[in-house]
Ligand binder design. Sequence first.
Ligand code: ADP
Ligand code: ADP
Ligand code: MG
Length: 677
Amino acid sequence: MFNKILIANRGEIACRVIKTARRMGIRTVAVYSEADANARHVRLADEAVLLGPAAARESYLVADKIIEACLRTGAQAVHPGYGFLSENADFAEALAAAGIAFIGPPASAIRAMGSKSEAKKLMGKAAVPLTPGYHGDDQTPALLHQEADQIGYPVLIKAAAGGGGKGMRLVEKSEDFPDALASCKREAASSFGSEHVLVEKYITRPRHIEIQVFADTLGNCVYLFERDCSVQRRHQKVLEEAPAPGMTAERRRQMGEAAVAAARAVGYVGAGTVEFIANQDGSFYFMEMNTRLQVEHPVTEMITGQDLVEWQLRVAAGQPLPLAQEQLQIRGHALEARIYAEDASKGFLPSTGSLIRLSTPAETLNVRVDTGVEEGDEITPFYDPMIAKLIVWDEHRDAALARMRQALADYQVVGVTTNIAFLSRLVACPAFVGADLDTGLIERQREFLFPAAQAVPRDALLVATVGELLWEQRAAKLAARNSGDPWSPWHARDGWRMNLSAARMIGFRAPKDASPGEDGDCLSEVRVRYQGAQWAISIHGQTTLARGKKLDGDQFAVELDDRRLIASVVAVGSKRSIFLHGSTYSLLRDDPLHRVDAGDSHGGGLTAPMPGKVVALLVQPGQKVEKGAPLLILEAMKMEHTITAPATGTVKAFCYAAGEQVGDGAALVEFEANLTT
Ligand code: ADP
Ligand code: ADP
Ligand code: MG
């Protein structure tokens, strides 16, 4: 076994690998970019080497620097994690040439599966069932269009070198094909360095079911059953589970054996995943093979009781697989939710910022949190905005679901927008609870999953008010202690005023992005009267008697008339995040002196939502457009974002040319709304 390994990755997966290595007594070397100098993976590793600037192209993706770091630190092997260089055959070869082991498959297997087109050709020969489609070399647009017409719509155009749900376009009808092809090729070229695409029949209401395979260098190959990853947004997995609901033993064996055949056909070694697209009747087709450890591997670990990173290390060190097929068993049910810094209500737009507050559910045998960040860390625009993976296990799916609901309710984040509330709705959604799964579930359940922003409930307003009052009390006590006259009546926070009634108003507003209307900054005036040790709080004419007592951290106990509850409030500037009964509410403390600080942006959505690059201008300056017309494509965080017209009107000018970099919040388009329509 190795004494020391280097992890050529960052975030939660680097931390995950370090954990197993440490348990096995293997020393770890982390690598990092300038943006990650204080990242959790760097803090956890035994040693760490700086690679270069934040951009992955200049740090995590530079094979030479990683090899140099191995040589400098004496690391005998490299674990590539997922993403970055994990499926880069040249990197695997360069390591071999430098005498360093690659904790992954042979370069030849990576290459064979690297192109979805080539992989399909190979799998066809190995008699693995394929999705009908065109995966040939001729890339003439007219020919591809003709093939698509022949396959019959809907079709899916896929970048052959694609991954991560990127570089894919669904085309519903023939006339949409040319535009979709151009856009797909553009994204493919910029994200994957190759314009090569394939065209496939788009399976309607499919399930994504994948098989975990493992092979060693001695010719053994097993499957560790399936994962159902049907719950996706934009072809990206959001929730994964194992085993797949409704899977029969017979179908499991068929899929497992097909996956093992696929692995054997390319001389596979190590951990791999064969992805299938399945019809509702259970029939399945090969989609692609991912030649690495998958993000969602923990659900497999939970149901098999195995540590897949340990298996990877053993196999890379030349040892046989720890178990044979007959020794592997499924126990219970596991679910994984990916916690992202993103705004689900804004098309899953990534969010960046500082994790001012991060509190995770307690880890137990049933609850696991794989994370790359801690409180105080930063979510930067340079990398994938995944914050953590929340994994739960129980004997049955229903019990696992209950665990997931509870764990999500206990997950508190302040500082960046997250998808936690969205995930909570997802696991409560009847279609998901009933295991009525297919990749369109999120789209189909839009109404349930994206409810119109609701008024902040009265209890949350009461809690926020008690929070303010407690905070003032504390601040007053501190001021008194420091003033040398702790008993001065001027420091009292009991509402006592000479010649004034002991009542005051506290104002709260809903933050702009939480309210549906354009100027939905509705104001809640809360009236507070001090009554001895308690407060009489009136909201909309209804009065509640309240008391509060500070507990640990941001938590406090609140008494509201004859009820008691525990809540917490985190304050950042004028923002208040209220955590109550497993939900989070955002409010702005209305400070009449600082009315402007909250309503920051003035442009109507024509600003860059994050730093990025302009990739295409879609209309001519001077052109009249309808509301919602696409105007410009911005590429940011490896995804294309379309900026659309906020109203019917005229595009006066573009502020940037295609190819130019733009900063966060930069004005992109000069637009004049047509006021007469
Ligand atoms: P990636 O490399 O980005 O993971 P995949 O080929 O694995 O690309 O596809 C990602 C997702 O896109 C699948 O999980 C599935 O939801 C959807 N998808 C892929 N191929 C098809 C298809 N032929 N029909 C319907 N959906 C598909
Ligand atoms: P700032 O420093 O942004 O001007 P304040 O002076 O209001 O904010 O508060 C200073 C500190 O007190 C900050 O760390 C803030 O998080 C905390 N704080 C302010 N108001 C509250 C409140 N109602 N509940 C909890 N913490 C609060
Ligand atoms: Mg895939």
